[in-house]
Design a binder for this molecule. Structure first.
Ligand SMILES: Nc1ncnc2c1ncn2[C@@H]1O[C@H](COP(=O)(O)OP(=O)(O)OP(=O)(O)O)[C@@H](O)[C@H]1O
Length: 119
């Protein structure tokens, strides 16, 4: 069953779900982002945000958390291929973290646009 086209895709989903669970279980930064995502979801229900606002909020949360996953993978690869200190490794890790920072900044701005008018 697992060797069919659909079986292989299902196996891929299984590994990806396992990866998402490992991220949440092992990585402090994604644990913080998960808590923020849960708080913002409750805020969304509390302030009764509209469909468009939900879409932007969900995209912002998903973008930050998925980039955090990619950033973690880049950190792991860097440490695996070059465990010692090296300026290039520092640069690689910094630019990967910079990507998460840009997404997080965008998420904060989206949050302000949605929630500030509700106070
Ligand atoms: N091997 C290295 N060579 C050069 N600089 C490094 C190296 N490892 C880490 N750094 C520098 O330290 C910063 C933080 O590194 P890293 O992200 O691995 O640690 P961390 O902050 O403990 O990560 P996290 O908490 O997200 O797991 C990097 O962005 C980089 O500037």
């Amino acid at each position: 069953m697992w060797n069919t086209f659909l079986g292989k895709r299902l196996k891929g989903v299984k590994y990806a779900a396992k990866g998402a669970w490992m991220l949440i279980k092992n990585e402090a930064s994604i644990q913080v982002q998960t808590v923020i995502a849960i708080v913002m979801t409750f805020a969304g229900f509390y302030f009764e945000i509209n469909t468009t606002e939900w879409i932007f909020q969900i995209i912002a949360i998903a973008l930050v958390m998925s980039l955090e996953g990619i950033n973690t993978a880049i950190e792991e690869i860097s440490d695996f291929v070059h465990p010692d200190f090296h300026n290039r490794i520092g640069y690689i890790k910094d630019v990967a973290a910079g990507g998460v920072f840009i997404a997080a900044l965008g998420a904060v701005i989206i949050g302000c646009i949605i929630y500030i008018p509700k106070f």
